[in-house]
Design a protein around this ligand. Structure first.
Ligand code: VGL
Ligand code: ZN
Length: 233
């Protein structure tokens, strides 16, 4: 019993990278970086500003230099979108409502199509990015995930595109860890991809315990939690 415990302890120690070991995760031809929602609304001064959201930009720019394949996403809502508290009488941001597809957190108006707030950060420097996926553009359905809308069935087409391009190993970074990053990473697993979330290249909103719950849900889904320094360059 003691030996078995020691054995599993040793396995844990070996599996996590000691400080002196080289960065171990390799980027290959099947790897893609998914840069999630690095948009003005989620940056300091934005209508749904994520704390320290701007700090992901230099980390992502540096990471992106190692990737031949980069996809970016843009939260892209209609005016009066169902996810906006302002669309529900008597409701305030960060409260919830029950919609046909389940519980919806309500947000300040954000990322309205064609507005400056919906623009990608001008400080992103990823000229090789191949695809920008917009999501959340159906007025009555939200979409945190870059793969599938909140109804659980309407697809954005991203999985098919990645499969057509033979991209299997997905590295996810951006905003916000506990919503669009987490839902994208978990849907990636559902669609059969390998998913790595790069923690220091993300920041969370953390409303009502959402950040801890997101990490727990991601772990359960087989999403790997890594740091940018784990990636070999
Ligand atoms: C997001 C809340 C609402 C995100 C988007 O990008 O994580 N969060 N819309
Ligand atoms: Zn949104």
């Amino acid at each position: 019993q003691t030996l078995a415990t020691l054995g599993s302890l040793a396995a844990t120690v070996v599996a996590s990278r000691p400080l002196w070991a080289a960065a171990s995760i390799k980027i290959d031809d099947a790897s893609a970086l998914l840069v999630i929602d690095v948009q003005n609304c989620f940056l300091p001064g934005g209508s749904l500003a994520v704390k320290e959201g701007d700090q992901v930009v230099p980390v992502i720019n540096k990471l992106a230099k190692g990737f031949a394949n980069v996809v970016m996403t843009q939260d892209w809502h209609t005016p009066g979108h169902v996810s906006f508290a302002s669309s529900h009488a008597g409701k305030k941001p960060f409260e919830t409502v029950d919609l046909a597809y389940g519980k919806q957190v309500l947000w300040p108006d954000h990322c309205v199509q064609g507005t400056d707030g919906a623009s990608l950060s001008k400080d992103l420097s990823i000229p090789q990015a191949e695809l920008i996926i917009r999501k959340g553009y159906h007025k009555d359905t939200d979409s945190y995930s870059a793969f599938t809308e909140a109804d659980g069935k309407t697809t954005t087409g991203l999985a098919a595109w990645l499969k057509a391009r033979k991209l299997q190993k997905l590295f996810v970074a951006g905003l916000a860890t506990d919503f669009c990053v987490a839902w994208t990473a978990m849907d990636a697993r559902k669609a059969g991809f390998d998913a790595y979330v790069i923690e220091d290249a993300c920041r969370g909103i953390d409303t009502q315990g959402s950040l801890a719950k997101a990490w727990a849900d991601m772990a359960k889904a087989g999403v790997k939690r890594i740091q940018s320094s784990d990636i070999a360059v």
